[in-house]
Ligand binder design. Sequence first.
Ligand code: GLN
Length: 548
Amino acid sequence: MAKYIFVTGGVTSSLGKGIISASLAKLLQARGLKVTIQKFDPYINVDPGTLNPYEHGECYVTEDGAETDLDLGHYERFLNIFTSQANNVTTGRIYQTVINKEREGAYLGKTVQVIPHITDEIKRRMLLLGDQGYDIVITELGGTVGDIESLPFIEAVRQLQWELPDEDCLVVHLTLVPYLKAAKELKTKPTQHSVKLLSQEGVNPDIIVCRTERPLSPELRRKIALFCNVKTDAVIEAADAPTIYEVPLAMMREKLDQICLKKMDITNYNEPELGKWKEFLDKLKYPKNKINIGLIGKYIELQDAYKSILEAFVHAGAINECSVNVVNIHSEFISAENVSEKLNMLDGLLVAPGFGLRGIEGKILAVKYARENDLPFFGICLGMQMAVIEFARNVLNLKDAHSTEMDVNSPNPVIDLMEEQKKITAKGGTMRLGAYPCAIKQGSLAEKVYGKLEISERHRHRWEFNNAYLAAFEEHGMIASGKNPESNLVEIIEIRNHPYFIGVQYHPELKSTVENPHPLFVSFIKAANDFNENKNAKKKPSMQGEMI
Ligand code: GLN
């Protein structure tokens, strides 16, 4: 039988509930327990797949092809496990299930209501992963306590607090303890109000985690404990950390895991085994070199839009013992005139995934610069497609080559809609999604990178490389080094006479974790590091010469 921990949030959004949940899960996992995390989101979209990154940041895709909240990415990166469709549930999905059941006649004769029907369905989903062999299921509730749309979820937790044995259900509430500069003081009132609100909704938190910029004094902890009905040791300080990967250790120092274990009456645990994690952190803290990687995209101002890519850089940087400085470059503002000036300080270039016409030509110009200047290049999904278009236009001399996503009537559609996509009109959950196998060509860069010939990676796209052009590409030096073994769909392209030029139709960033950095990111950062060292080596002799 699994035990359940619910993580709620108060005062404001963006307090880092996902990171706190993932950190707690990591600590429990490090003690030998089998843990998973799920996220319940109160919005009405069935999943975030149809949401713009401005609304919701990155859409994270799981092995089974679910389009989910980006917090699932944190769960996988921290825990080194796969999550699935069951790990992310929205209000939309809950209502969809209940309404479908109503149409089937499952509630014949009854009025279907928020309580009990919606809350019952929420509870069913909350408990769903409990019979899959986990010791602990952590459920993060999206939104902030007090939101109208969160109410049924809080009510479901309230009911479960009564229905489950006391030691099988725990509520952790994350709040903010702001520092007021003018008063030179940390303020507990927002936390008190937030806990009061939660209590009014019938849920009494067992543990309060306080986000704060300054340390909480013992006195302050006692005050929070007293006014929020918890013991002082259940008031946890979550101070701002230099990297999210420090948070599990900070939570361990605060004994968050031990308090949970005690409250849940779990005794069969070990000392936390965090050797690999600490090794990673050491490498992260003491890099030997620093490189500049250009990230070319159109949501550059949004930190969350390329979350998994940025985290994969952190993992790959650590293993290469170099610090990766990501230079965010807005593709809309790249022109033939400024491309060299914008990109010449880079050691590597990554063209990001994306949809639609905006910023496309800038991406193509950036690819051209990387190809012509031997700059390590890595294209992901749309980034790979842009590399194909650039090659077609400038090497194969097909000046009007394009993707039919941007130009339906392109005379040279080198990127075209996948056959099975042509009949699809509905937008939600209809892309080519999730894990597909890929067969790698012997002797290719891809084989060197992966060290094997059969891989599986996650996808999220509708367009593909148009195989009618493949022979012409290969003749001119851009090869398809990875293909889907059944459909022959091109999954990897690379340029033979370039030090490092690779594009992938899938999303390797989704599978990079602290303990398993993705080989494509690791090798790309290595290539960029080599590029940087060569650049510096070329500079050095002349500097020495000048000194002499
Ligand atoms: N828009 C492109 C497609 O659907 C690329 C998608 C992506 O980059 N994820 O094929």
